[in-house]
Design a binder for this molecule. Sequence first.
Ligand code: PMT
Length: 408
Amino acid sequence: MEGDALKGKSILVGVTGGIAAYKSCELVSRMRQRGAEVRVVMTEAACRFVAPLTFRVLSGNPVSCDLFADPGQWDVAHVSLADAAQLVVIAPATANCVGKLASGIADDLLTTVVMATRAPVLIVPAMNEAMYNNPVFQANKKRLESLGYHFMDPAVGRLACGKIGTGRMPEPEDIISEVARLLSGQETPSMLAGRTLLVTAGPTREPIDPVRFITNRSSGKMGYALAEAALESGARVILVTGPTCLEAPPGCEVVRVERARDMHAAVTQRFNSCDCVVMAAAVADYEPAQFSPSKIKKGSHELSLRLTRTPDILESLGKVKGNRILVGFAAETGDVVANAMQKLKDKNLDLVVANDVARQDTGFESDDNEVIMVFRDGREIAVPKAPKKEIARRIMLEIARLFWGREG
Ligand code: PMT
């Protein structure tokens, strides 16, 4: 399938000056084997790691390095390369290159081509972990993402500096999968254009007295990733969020709430203007029956709290959903698919995303998740462990497909 996605496509590979440049040789070679027409543009620093001749042989095309090289025939190199490309991949992308692109600096052939192209750009950073986590790099990455550039998260493993950490360039096959996904045309920047998605995220807090509350382990990461992925896909996004430490993705309307009943009111109020609701929030099922306006004093006696049910937000939306798409999450610790299917039926959902929250490496608080998407018709799609942002993109693709399915 990936082979088909690459066949006959014109892909421009930008190589910048990092040790991972040697892996780009393999990347170029494999893309060509899959039928892509590959052009390589190298920065000056990249030429110190790998000789342009290597890429020339592997791509079967001339390699461009110099903005001012005599083109032989009249053809402005950066414009023709930028126009011809159906996708640009920068792998490896150094912090320097990302910084230049984020600041609009085009002082070599590669940055000039990237600024001139209208094709999607996939940036594959590879660098030392401290550099990757540096707030300046992260701010540049965020800026480019908000402008529609695609990024792949680096892999974890042994780095060139000898340390084990995050920063390795992903394997060529993983980059090719991402390239295929972008080229397949299913994930376009506009697949949800014109739709309004309401996403809920984070925990709720149910107060006991002015200083105590009942809550849960939700960090909001999954919900915020969904809001970001929906924005990337062109949707208008309303993020209704419980208390989290996260910064909301720029571009969405943010509604902050504390209690389950506040979230219920916030979602219900906006439901009419939405095409789809995605509930990733971990909404408390119970709240204290009584709120003590003054701090409950500790004593030697036992203290019992009486709890009452909170409104089930999704269930109430399911009763009045009309032609909206309703997506729920199922936080399970056993019989994941069966329980998820039951929730789908009980709440009249179109899709339920089940995750096993007994695991430490996925689910609550983790940066990663592993999910099974369960549909009304009984179809199941398992998405292996991946960063929550990747999972969120995959969910957005399925939501777009549900819309397309309705339009015939
Ligand atoms: O926030 P993170 O740390 O990133 O963790 C992500 C997550 C584990 C919280 C997320 O992936 C997830 O599973 N969210 C749903 C948590 C949950 O409440 O699951 P549930 O199986 O109890 O509820 C089923 C669905 O009903 C959920 O979509 C929930 O939002 C919704 N619900 C639940 C209770 C309620 N009173 N009203 C609701 O609408």
